[in-house]
Structures are given as structure tokens and as C-alpha cells.
Design a protein around this ligand. Structure first.
Ligand code: CUA
Length: 152
């Protein structure tokens, strides 16, 4: 009789132990990895390809790739240019703090986290000078943080 009670207590303890371990493993698995490590060490962004040479590169006809580094308070490169009708794949990271990347007059609007690469593609069907702005407060120079993309 007593043995049965002890046995059931032992089994209950084991079940509780397994639930605790399982919950811990589950919650660790659910945490976004970006909170634990950066894709690139933010201090090494400007030494890490392709961000060591930020530029607009033609991939094929009417298709470009723009590699940009956001920093307090600007974007590298400062000016970008593509022909009308081009699709641009933007790859953007930050070498310091969180910045924004908004292309005025388009639906492009993303957050740029230090050492994380944010991707967005946009087709520029209308000619013009598009303003790229930081829309995440990043310090005293935040409101001056911008660049342009010329479409012509
Ligand atoms: Cu960068 Cu605000």
C-alpha cells in the first residue's frame, strides 16, 4: 500500500521534471535567434562582404542590387541611380544602432537592425528623385539621416 503511494509520488515527480525540461527547451526554441546573436558583428559590418563595398550593382537588364550600410547619421552610398522601370533588390544593414529605411512615395518601409540584413525589392516605374529616410529615432542627427535614389 505504502509502496504504491511512494511509487506514484516518484512517477509524478518524474512527469513534472519532464514537463519543466520540455517547457524550457520549447521556450528557448521559440526565442528569435536575432536576440542572441548578430548575423554580422555590427562593428565589423564595413569589413564584411558585401557591405565592405556598398554600391548599386547591375545584376541583369533592368535588375539591380543595392547594398547599403545605414549608420548614425547617413547611408552609404550617398546617391544611387537606376533607369526607369528597374527593379532594385535592396540589402541593408546597420553598423551601429537601429535605423529605418523608408523610400518616400513607395511602400518600402523597413527596420534596419545592427548586423542584420534586411531585404526589400521595389520596381521604380516613375522617374524622379526618391528620398530615402530613416524613420526610427537613432540620435541627435536622426532627422538629417537620408539619401536619394535617382530614377531616370
Ligand atoms: Cu537613423 Cu534615425
Amino acid at each position: 500500500r505504502l509502496e504504491k503511494i511512494w511509487l506514484s509520488i516518484g512517477v509524478s515527480m518524474l512527469v513534472i521534471f519532464l514537463i519543466v525540461i520540455g517547457t524550457m527547451a520549447f521556450s528557448m526554441g521559440m526565442t528569435p535567434p536575432s536576440e542572441h546573436h548578430h548575423t554580422i558583428d555590427p562593428t565589423k559590418v564595413t569589413e564584411t562582404a558585401p557591405f565592405d563595398k556598398p554600391a548599386m550593382t547591375q545584376i541583369e537588364d533592368m535588375h539591380y542590387e543595392a547594398v547599403l550600410v545605414a549608420y548614425a547619421f547617413g547611408y552609404d552610398p550617398q546617391t544611387l541611380e537606376v533607369p526607369v522601370g528597374s527593379t532594385v533588390d535592396f540589402k541593408v544593414t546597420s553598423s551601429d544602432v537601429v535605423h529605418g529605411f523608408e523610400i518616400v512615395g513607395t511602400n518600402v518601409n523597413m527596420m534596419i537592425e545592427p548586423g542584420e540584413v534586411s531585404h526589400v525589392s521595389h520596381t521604380f516605374d516613375k522617374p524622379g528623385e526618391y528620398l530615402i529616410l530613416c524613420n526610427e529615432y537613432c540620435g541627435t542627427g536622426h532627422e538629417f539621416m537620408k539619401t536619394t535614389i535617382v530614377v531616370k
